[in-house]
Structure formats: structure tokens, C-alpha cells
Design a protein around this ligand. Structure first.
Ligand SMILES: [Zn+2]
Length: 701
């Protein structure tokens, strides 16, 4: 136990807890790791130790509790913040074995007034939840802390408000389902300050996500969580709506979704009341991968002849797979779906059909699975392992060159990317975010001169189209252009990669613009945030004994948890951190304070080499050398500006025309002061030739 606590708190976790809880935890560590006769509590000494061990909050303080974190793509600001969470993952523990506390309590001769106990229990509770600490370990910690704080509970279940029993609905084909309740969760969030609707909103627009989650490598046991978020909230948090657990996928989708459907019908009719105000409730969209969509919609699987969800293309069997070669077949509509106009597409009646939900338009084609894990991965696999006769397969030397180029740009990757690029030799372990980085940013640079001209130009069609559809700056103005490029990409694919290349994912590219058109932006309807949250749900299970009840109890504990209002307050436009005094400064600004870090609503800017490139609203691009605050409290960036920009590529358009992939030269050493409010976008900056850089404004944040 002592070693575990030591490991826990000496781990490289970078999360700062408040001084008070930190002091007390350190005190507990000393108690556990030392003989009791060696334990002393000199306040000054303890404080000095804590100063040394203070965790650095500035780098990545989470914005919200783990269970509610929205992580746009699994980025570091979100859910995967507490590295100590998996320390005990492999241990076989039982829930809440309460350690002995016979010696605690009132016999302590330490000065319990030295600390203010108010809120201490809440802080321990929050810390344990955020770090996913086992209840047995929290019990041991409480037994130590109670010597000095006898008002603390001795049972961690009291601390966490753990329900002693949860009522799981048994399904007829096996497995169980627990419904947390949309209304209850939303009202709970509202009470806790986690649900604030955008100004002038009179309705709650729910986005739901349904997907399966394998829990153990050695067992078929799986979860099927129903997750949700409010898309028209000031800040979006993912929450659990329901959770199924069983040894197979719930075989009857109507039975699985019955609680969700009945509650949504009620909410569609009655709305929801916050305070004295009644709001209508509607489903904005349901985000799933293709197998989950066919399951929920009760349609043929995506790899069957009538599997396209958006048009009535009749697939063809080529080289062992169903392909969809046409790009001009009539489109499905919500009405034609309800009327089952194409009977071959359906295998049953979806339980969602009784809700006010369009079963075509409100099931977006999730870009994460379709484009990044689907098309981009398929393209790379063709280059690495494709059939020789299609001439798309690259020689080994070319593959090594691409890998070398990927590795060489690692140090230039901004903090907004969760992962740094890896070699193609690790392609089987690449994650969705890595395929996205390759397609949206690095592909044109690392593939130039490697792929044949035809294959490179074909890849550039996909690159430019997806860059436009994921960029809030370009999406609405370039929708038709992206649609044209994607159609061209799909039409040219059979000649370059063989007709068997055009499977469901590739064909569906011609339909994905419809989602961008309807929802304004592909970011609004992708699965990155939900995939990230599923990892948290998985961590709630710490042993194989009744995983469903374990997870349900952990989720309820977190839904009842305290919220630090200051952490969840809507952020100011910019936040300056890490004050310094080492310059440089600019004579035109009356500088009061200097900072190393500037946190904006979507990005973080520093003066370090990978995080200092900025595009300003007047079109200027520069490197940030310092961040200063004037005597008028206004924040300025002191920048060196590039004197000239040009296009990195000219097909299918000049990259300069999109403000994308700009070759920047003639960096002026003169410092210019630019208001932080003038930041248009943070940029990825990669070295090009001597004294020139390729600048790519970030589009995925
Ligand atoms: Zn289609």
C-alpha cells in the first residue's frame, strides 16, 4: 500500500490540486511510508516540500471533470488528462473494502484546527474521481486523514455518495441495461452549472452517440453506452444517457433503446423546465460508425449490396468485396426512408422511427470512421501493400523516405495535436488522429516527389476537399468546390487503384458534403469526442466481477460530484500564463507584464518553435517572440512578420487562394506589436527550403 501511494503521488501527473489537499495527501504518504515515530507535521517544512512537488497546472489543467469532458478529437485539453488513472488497472480489487480505522478519530493529538475542513471531503472526492483512484485506496487514505480530520467519513462510499444498489433492467436475450435518464442528467448538469445554453436559445438540442465497447481482451463482454451532449450549449460536455453490458451486442435493438425512446418521446412532447423556464427538447443528430448506424436504423450492413445510406446505388461484387461505382444515383430522403421506398435497404423497423428524427439526414456519416480510419487508411495501405498490377504500390526506399519525413517534422508539431507523427512501419497502430494529421496537414509535404504525378494529384483532391470541409474559415464558402473535388476523387479512383477500391467508405465521400451543408461543419457531427469518452467509461471497470454495476456506480458518483465553478466558468477571450521578464520587448508598447503562454478559446500560443506561428486577421503571418500586457490591460503579441508568401501546391488550386499551405519567406527581424484579438488562426509551421517555411493554418480545432 505504501509503495502504491508513493507511486501515485510521485508519478509524472501534472495536475495541481489545491495546496490544502496536497498537504494532506503528502502527510498521508509520509504516514504510510514511514514509521509512525518518524512522522512529524511541521507546517513550514511540509509547505516547503509541497512547493518542490507542486504539479504544474498551467500546462494542461483540465477544463472539466473527466466524465463530462469534451475533447475535440481526443486532444490533450480533455478527457485523457490524469495519467495516474491506470496505475491500478491491472489489480484485482474488490469494491470499497474499508480499511480499519480503529486508531483514527478523536484520539489524535495533532492540531486539527490547523486546517480548515470545509470542502476537504469534496476535494478528496473530486481528486479521487478525476484520478480514478480505487475506492480501497481512498478508504486507506481516509483512515489516515481521519486522525487529523475526524469529521471526514470513514467509508469512501459516503464520500462519493455511491448508491448501495442500482436497478439494472435485464434484457430477454441476456445482458442488462441501466438508464441514467436524459432529463435527470440535464437537470443535474444545470444545477451544477454545467449546462448553459447559448444566448436566445429556447430549445435543448441533443446529440446522441451509440457505439459498442469491448472491455476485456480475454472475454466477449462488452458495453454499449448511449452518450449525449447538448450542441447548443456554451460549453459542451459529454454525458452518459444509458449503458448496456453483456456478452454480446444487444440482439433486440428495440428492447435496448426502449428507455431512451420512451423518454425522448416524453421530452419531445413536454420539454424540460430549468428554473421557471420551459425549453423544448429535440434530437440534433445521432453519431455512430457505419455498423452501429445499420444496427440502430435496422438497415442492411454497409458492406451489402443496398448498403449505401444516402443513395440507391446497387453495389457490385468485385474482387471479393461490394463496391459502389456510380456517383449519380437518386438520393434517399427521410420520407423515402420512412416509406421504405427501397425495400431492399431495410431489414426491420427502427425504434428511432417513432421519434421526430430524420433517419437519413440526422444520422451523419461520421468523418472519423469514414474518412480517416476508412479512406485515408485504405489509401496508405494501397501505397504500402497494394496489388502490384495497379502500380500504386511504392518501393521500399520511397516508404522509408516518407517515414523519415514524418519523423523529421515531429518537433514542429503543435500542442493541439494529440500525437506526433510516427513511421509508416507502425501504420497498423496508427490512431484516427494520426490519419487525420496525415490527410489534413502532412500528406502534401511528405508525399511530394514520392507518389507518381497521377496518384499525388488524386490524393490532393481528397486533401483539399477535406481541408475545406473541416476548416470553419472555408467550409461554407467552399462546399460546392469540395463536393466537386470529392466526386472527382471517387470517379478517378478505379483507374488508379482498381474498381475494388471504391467500397462503401470511398463511395460515401460523395455524400459527406451534404452533412457539412446541413450541420455547417463536419466537426459538429464527428465521433472524436465520444470515442475519447468511451475510454473513460472503460476505466470505470476495475475488475471482472459485474462490470455493468461497477460502471453504473462510478458514473452516478461522477454525475453527483462537486464542480469547481471557477474551473467551469466560461473562459475569457485570452488568458496569459507563466509570467517572465526576459524580453524581448517593443518600444511602441508600454509593457507592464510579459508572459510565456497565451491561451485562446481554441489554441495555445507560446514563443517556442512549434507553438509560435500565427495567422492574423489582416493576412499577416509571423512568429511570436513574446506576449506582453500593456498598462491598459490589453494583450499584445510581439511578432516577427514574414514579408512574402506563395503557394506550396498548384493543383487542384493554388494553395495561396485558400490561405493554406503557404510558403513563407523573408522573415523580418523587426518586432511588431499585434493585438491578441487579431489572431485569425494558429498555424503549423514546417521548414521548407533554406529560409522558407510551409505554413498551414490549423483547421481541426
Ligand atoms: Zn451512395
Amino acid at each position: 500500500m505504501a509503495a502504491e501511494f508513493t507511486t501515485l503521488l510521485s508519478s509524472k501527473s501534472s495536475r495541481t490540486k489545491r495546496r490544502r489537499i496536497h498537504d494532506n495527501v503528502q502527510r498521508a504518504i509520509l504516514e504510510i511510508t514511514s514509521d509512525s515515530t518518524q512522522f512529524t507535521t511541521p507546517p513550514d517544512g511540509a509547505e516547503a516540500e509541497c512547493e518542490d512537488a507542486t504539479w504544474d497546472v498551467a500546462d494542461s489543467e483540465p477544463d472539466f471533470p473527466v466524465n463530462y469532458s469534451v475533447n475535440p478529437d481526443g486532444s490533450p485539453t480533455g478527457a485523457t488528462v490524469f495519467t495516474c488513472a491506470n496505475i491500478f488497472e491491472e489489480q484485482d480489487v474488490r469494491e470499497a473494502p474499508i480499511s480499519s480505522e480503529s486508531e483514527c478519530s478523536d484520539t489524535s493529538d495533532h492540531d486539527s484546527d490547523e486546517f480548515n475542513d470545509d470542502g476537504l471531503a469534496d476535494e478528496i472526492s473530486n481528486w479521487a474521481k478525476q484520478c480514478n483512484i480505487l475506492q480501497s485506496h481512498v478508504g486507506a487514505l481516509l483512515s489516515v486523514l481521519r486522525k487529523y480530520h475526524p469529521r471526514l467519513p470513514k467509508d469512501p462510499r459516503t464520500l462519493f455518495e455511491t448508491p448501495r444498489e442500482v436497478s439494472v433492467r435485464e434484457l430477454t436475450a441476456g445482458g442488462g441495461y441501466y438508464h441514467f435518464g436524459i432529463k435527470q442528467v440535464l437537470q443535474n448538469m444545470r444545477t451544477r452549472g454545467l449546462l448553459e445554453l447559448l444566448p436566445n436559445e429556447h430549445s435543448v438540442m441533443l446529440q446522441l452517440s451509440i457505439d459498442g465497447l469491448q472491455l476485456f481482451k480475454s472475454s466477449a463482454y462488452q458495453f454499449w453506452p448511449i452518450l449525449g451532449s447538448v450542441v447548443n450549449a456554451v460549453r459542451q460536455y459529454v454525458f452518459e444517457v444509458g449503458l448496456y453490458g453483456g456478452c454480446q451486442k444487444p440482439s433486440d435493438v428495440s428492447e435496448y433503446l426502449s428507455d431512451l425512446v420512451s423518454e425522448m418521446k416524453q421530452l419531445e412532447t413536454d420539454g424540460i423546465v430549468f428554473g421557471d423556464v420551459k425549453y423544448s427538447v429535440s434530437v440534433h443528430s445521432i453519431v455512430c460508425d457505419a455498423p452501429a448506424r445499420s444496427y440502430v436504423k435496422c438497415i442492411k450492413p454497409h458492406n451489402s449490396y443496398h448498403g449505401c445510406e444516402r443513395c440507391i446505388e446497387d453495389g457490385k461484387w468485385i474482387a471479393g468485396r461490394v463496391t459502389f461505382l456510380s456517383t449519380d444515383k437518386p438520393l434517399r430522403t427521410d420520407d423515402s426512408f420512412r416509406n421504405k421506398a427501397d425495400d431492399d435497404h431495410h431489414i426491420g423497423e427502427s425504434p428511432i422511427a417513432c421519434l421526430n428524427v430524420g433517419l437519413v439526414t440526422q444520422f451523419p456519416l461520421d468523418e472519423m470512421h469514414l474518412v480517416y480510419l476508412g479512406v485515408m487508411r485504405r489509401l496508405i495501405m494501397c501505397w504500402l501493400r497494394g496489388p502490384i498490377e495497379t502500380k500504386c504500390r511504392l518501393p521500399g526506399q520511397s516508404v522509408r523516405t516518407i517515414s523519415d519525413r514524418l519523423l523529421s517534422v515531429q518537433r514542429y508539431i503543435c500542442c493541439e495535436f494529440v500525437r506526433k507523427p510516427r513511421s509508416l512501419s507502425e501504420i497498423d497502430r496508427w490512431k484516427a488522429t494520426e490519419f487525420r494529421t496525415f490527410l489534413l496537414y502532412l500528406g502534401p509535404i511528405v508525399l511530394k516527389g514520392i507518389l507518381s504525378k497521377q496518384h499525388f494529384r488524386h490524393f490532393m483532391l481528397l486533401h483539399v476537399a477535406m481541408y475545406c470541409l473541416t476548416s470553419s474559415r472555408l467550409c461554407s464558402s467552399h462546399l460546392d468546390y469540395a463536393q466537386m473535388l470529392l466526386s472527382k476523387f471517387v470517379q478517378e479512383a478505379p483507374e488508379l487503384y482498381g474498381p475494388e477500391f471504391v467500397v462503401y467508405n470511398v463511395h460515401s465521400l460523395i455524400h459527406i458534403c451534404d452533412d457539412a451543408r446541413l450541420y455547417g461543419h463536419l466537426h459538429a457531427v464527428n465521433a472524436f469526442v465520444y470515442e475519447s469518452h468511451l475510454k473513460q467509461v472503460k476505466k470505470f471497470v476495475q475488475h471482472a466481477n459485474n462490470p455493468l454495476k461497477q460502471a453504473v456506480k462510478r458514473i452516478i458518483e461522477r454525475q453527483n460530484g462537486e464542480v469547481h465553478a471557477e474551473k467551469h466558468a466560461v473562459r475569457k477571450d485570452v488568458i496569459c500564463q507563466k509570467q517572465h521578464s526576459s524580453g524581448p520587448v517593443c518600444s511602441s508598447i508600454s509593457c507592464v507584464k510579459q508572459f510565456m503562454k497565451l491561451i485562446c478559446s481554441t489554441c495555445t500560443i507560446t514563443s517556442s518553435v512549434n507553438n509560435n506561428c500565427v495567422l492574423f486577421s489582416n493576412g499577416d503571418i509571423g512568429f511570436v517572440r513574446n506576449i506582453v500586457q500593456s498598462d491598459g490591460d490589453e494583450v499584445f503579441l510581439l511578432c516577427e512578420r514574414f514579408g512574402s508568401v506563395g503557394s506550396f501546391f498548384n493543383y487542384p488550386c493554388k494553395s495561396e487562394d485558400l490561405g493554406h499551405c503557404l510558403v513563407a519567406t523573408k522573415l523580418s527581424p523587426t518586432l511588431l506589436a499585434v493585438k491578441a484579438a487579431a489572431i485569425a488562426s494558429k498555424c503549423l509551421c514546417l521548414p521548407h527550403d533554406r529560409d522558407s517555411f510551409v505554413i498551414i493554418p490549423l483547421c481541426h480545432i
